[in-house]
Each structure stands twice: as C-alpha cells, then as structure tokens.
Write a protein that binds this ligand. Sequence first.
Ligand SMILES: [Zn+2]
Length: 295
Amino acid sequence: MTKSHDYAVRVTAMNGQVRGFAAVTTQLVGEMQRRHHTWPVVSAALGRTATFGAMMGMMLKNDSDRLTIQVQGDGPIGQVVVDADSHGHVRGYVSNPAVDLPLNAKGKLDVAKAVGAGTLNVVKDLGLKEPYRGSVRLISGELGEDFTYYLTSSEQIPSAVGVGVLVERDASILVSGGFIIQLMPETEEAIISRLEEQIAHMPPVTKLLEKGASPEDLLSRILGDDMTVNARLPLSFQCECSKERIYNTLISLGPDEITNIIHEQGKAEVICHFCNETYHISKEELETLLEEAKG
Ligand SMILES: [Zn+2]
C-alpha cells in the first residue's frame, strides 16, 4: 500500500454556519513513533495530540504564530507535549515512551489510563507581549473528549473533535488522523441536531482512515457534500533544533558551568527533547563557547 502524504484542510459548510478541520497525520505520527520509540498506547496519546495540534495550527492567523499543547496527567506516560505552527510543522514528545497497559474494556489501547487525571494546557505565541494560555482539567483522558471540552469551554466555540491512531503489531503507525467541527455563533438548531446525529452515527475515524479516507472524506461524512475547502496544508514533522541553538543554550549556562563540563566530561552530549536528535559537542567547541560566554 502506498502511503499518501499527510495534509490538513479547513472548510466551511451550511452557508458559513459551520467550519471544519480535518487531518491525516499517519506519516507525521509514524516519524514521532520512530524517533521516540513510543509503545502503542503512548503512540496513540502522542498521535491524537499531534493531530489536534496540526489542526489547531490551521486556526492560527499569522505566519509566525505557534502553539504548544501540554497534556499533564498523573498517568504512567507523564507529560505529552506537542508544538505546531501555521505552516503544518508539528513536533512532540512524551515523558515516558515505554509504557504498556492492558487493553481497556472495549478492547482498545487504554489512553485514558496512560494519561491519567490532570490538565490540558494550550499556549499560543501570537507575537504579543504575553502568550495566550488556556487550560482545562482533563475530563476523560481519552483526549478527543478533552480537546472538545477545551475548545468549547476555554475558547468558547462549541466544537466536536474526533482523533484516532491505529497501531500495527510491530508498533509502527498504520493510520492517524482526525477532525474538528465548530459552530459559528448563529448556527440554526436544525443544523446542530443534524451534525450531532451524523457524528453519533459515524464509524470511528481510524476505521475510515484504514479504508483510505482523506481529510475531505472525514468532513463530508459529517457535513455532506455541500462544503467549501478554504485551505489545504501539507503536514510534516519538523524540529527547530540546530547546532547553533544548542551552542546558544550552552553559552547561556555561563562560563563556570562550561568550565565544569570541560573538566568533568571533556565533551558534551545534548539531546533535543522534541526530536530525540543527539548533538555531540567536542572539547574544542566547548572551549570556543567558553570564550563567548566570558564575553
Ligand atoms: Zn529537535
């Protein structure tokens, strides 16, 4: 099976009374799985969050806007962190990638137990003095419901979110994706009931993706064919780390700390949380950085 590239769409429907977002994130979540060696239930939690992040990125207005989603539960996977921007670049990590739990009562990966109880935070850097922060408590831990609750209660936009990840036996990602449906302030009651009906009777997102559904297909299931695609955005895993940034981080530690590293370890190994890339910094490089830190 050839895998098509990930992308997200933004649509409007019902005479502009409803807007929708959908994304296929199979490749993106696959890359996260390979980079962080996440076990199935962790891949599901990270993939659901990354899918939501990718769609939220499409809501950002300016080129330089970015957002971070933090799922902070008390479950065994610890924290789930996803960064996304308005260009379809997504990255993320979890505290503990190696978590194994029995399947839940429905025979599915027990994401709720892996995540636990806690809070969902969304931080948006919109180029203003202070970042925008929204926070809600986790009401389910399955994440789709939590994202719905966040949008509806914190951002005050009645929404429905569906996200899903299907993991293969060998822990690789078979499919990943999701949708967001949002009501504009004057959506008619009849339309709301129709949407609720459609969503309630829809097969799981993963079932549709497995059959090859595109983002547009996911949305037309709910909205019908009378929808307008306003934007289409390719999605990819992308981290912003670089040797330059690592240098700057080391310089910011100050001359004493750099001297310590030179004396105690002779070199430095820095791992980027977000992409798991290891940067090796030689003694010569550290000595140059020490000079810069001394300013
Ligand atoms: Zn990185």
